[in-house]
Design a protein around this ligand. Sequence first.
Ligand code: ZN
Length: 150
Amino acid sequence: MSIEVRTHTALHVLKGAVQRVLGAKWTAGVYVEGSHGRLTVQVERKPTDGEMALVEEEANRKIMEDAPVEELEMDRAEAEERFGDAIYDLFPVPFSVKRLKILYIKDWNVNACKEKHTRSTGEVGCIRLVKVRYRPSKGLLEISFDVYPP
Ligand SMILES: [Zn+2]
């Protein structure tokens, strides 16, 4: 399994942690290169160092659980009825798209996503946050991280 698949899946694991700890709902951007990734989310204020440490801890706790990472495929209307707008990011899926692939980590993260994923969170390895930047004018939090082998 390629390192990019692990790093990409780490974005979903991290998003679940960010949702829980910071109440962040909307993803504004993602970036993956090798074992390095960056998740950008919308939040109302700059998180404390303690909160970011908790985000890292929660993400790695989910990895330790080795929870199943499921890829569902369903009609868009059905997905919206079941999951609401939680499946979407800030950048909308075009109206012409009627069938969606859904990334599903139970009680953690659900997101319309066409990328490839690991089969469980344990395969991601370990997530280390390397840099956190908050842009108050846009309310955007950029979280840069690395993944390490399990
Ligand atoms: Zn994905």
